[in-house]
Design a binder for this molecule. Structure first.
Ligand code: AMP
Ligand code: MG
Length: 400
């Protein structure tokens, strides 16, 4: 059986370039940029006034002048009004272009205006103050948003500002989430005593939606012919197939066997981990990548976050940070399996992320996921984990 690190390495070695497409910038939030956005002009494009007040020539102020005759009023967007004399000033508004003949702006709060003249009430004036210099943020042609990054509200802002109406973004994978098992009923059904409603399809769909992705959903009975026919079709139609259920040792666990019959190349089956040991991963010549997770809800959920999401992010070219937290209690786990402990997370006053164990009752306990925030990944080689030790976490909820 392979380790979690080996499984991760194999999964990440099968990423695919899914190509790009163009979208309108208002539809692009959450997508991944596939080009740099460049400044179409200097930013700012002119010496931009940052305070309402008057524009003067600093030279006159330095020579002792304090009273300046108002030669005109300039709103934002208007052509600059030039000073014809050093003892003049222009009343000028935030966002206006500083006239070439002025170089310093004094805000209204520091002025007294009477009889068409502005008197400066302060002595501490710096040359160039209250002016946002042309090109200081970015020069024309500079990169303002980089390729391979997630488009945020701030990215939309620079796209709008630079007039970039269409954005080249990465194409998202077409995904189907398959569930499997004759015991699983529709959400609208009232299950007979020994059947249950199927939840994993919706868990996967929602977890994908958190990433701005969607999935088609399909339920398969424990019937080899149907499984073969439906997965065979999905292999041609989808970039990624996420299966939950049917990959364990049971007599009716038919998915792994059927995938191999369909020439899906098994890259591995079973990983040294709890939950999620029976995880099956394979690739098909059509390009489809198959993540077949064990059906226990916590197993599917953990494997989705630990394997599918990193695969997706690598396909998109997004770099993701490793996250860590401080374990808040002693934990023992003897089996030679990487243990994904459910934890709730809290930031303490020193800025540390503290992970409080919220173990629940194993991989069938989906109710516990509602209370936990993350999985903490505890190394297989160790049996005892002490309060205060730091381990990697896989959050599945927003914590800040
Ligand atoms: P399996 O991996 O098919 O052996 O299923 C393991 C356990 O997970 C069984 O108790 C199944 O009933 C349960 N299970 C499988 N698929 C789902 C699902 N879609 N929603 C909820 N529970 C499931
Ligand atoms: Mg089953």
């Amino acid at each position: 059986m392979i380790s979690v690190a080996e499984a991760e390495q194999i999964v990440l070695s099968h990423v695919r370039d899914l190509g790009t497409e163009e979208v309108h910038f208002q539809e692009a939030l959450g997508r991944v940029l596939a080009e740099n956005i460049l400044a179409d002009r200097d930013m700012p494009a002119f010496n931009r006034v940052t305070m309402d007040g008057v524009a003067i020539s600093y030279e006159a102020f330095a020579a002792g002048e304090r009273s300046f005759k108002i030669a005109g009023t300039q709103a934002a967007g208007e052509d600059p009004i030039e000073l014809s004399d050093k003892n003049e000033c222009i009343e000028i508004m935030t966002g206006a272009a500083t006239p070439d003949s002025a170089d310093t702006v004094i805000r209204y709060e520091d002025l007294e205006i009477t009889d068409g003249a502005a008197r400066i009430l302060i002595d501490n004036v710096k040359k160039g103050q209250n002016i946002h210099k042309k090109g200081i943020d970015k020069k024309e042609g500079d990169i303002v948003a980089e390729t391979n990054t997630i488009i945020t509200a701030a990215t939309i802002s620079v796209a709008a500002f630079t007039g970039k109406r269409m954005l080249k973004v990465k194409r998202r994978p077409k995904i189907v989430a398959l569930t499997n098992g004759d015991e699983l009923q529709d959400v609208g059904d009232t299950p007979p005593p020994y059947k249950i409603r199927r939840s994993n399809s919706y868990t996967i769909q929602a977890a994908l939606q958190e990433q701005g992705l969607d999935a088609d959903l399909l339920h398969l009975p424990d019937n080899e012919d149907t499984i073969e026919k439906e997965i065979g079709r999905c292999l041609e139609e989808y970039d990624a197939i996420i299966v939950s259920g049917g990959v364990s040792m049971g007599k009716f666990d038919l998915v792994a066997k059927t995938l191999e019959q369909l020439n899906v190349r098994k890259q591995f089956h079973k990983v040294q981990q709890r939950p999620g040991k029976p995880f099956w991963f394979g690739t098909h010549e059509s390009g489809a990548t198959v993540f077949a997770f064990p059906g226990n809800p916590v197993s599917t959920f953990m494997c989705f976050h630990r394997y599918f999401l990193p695969w997706y992010k690598k396909c998109m070219g997004i770099s993701s940070q490793k996250l860590f937290a401080v374990l808040d209690d002693d934990i023992s786990f003897a089996p030679r399996l990487q243990y994904f402990l459910q934890v709730s997370l809290q930031m303490n006053g020193s800025g540390q992320v503290i992970a409080k164990p919220a173990e629940g009752n194993g991989s069938g306990d989906l109710a516990n996921l509602v209370e936990a925030d993350a999985f903490m990944e505890l190394p297989a080689e160790l049996d005892n984990f002490k309060k205060g030790e730091v381990y990697r976490i896989w959050p599945f909820k927003r914590i800040i």
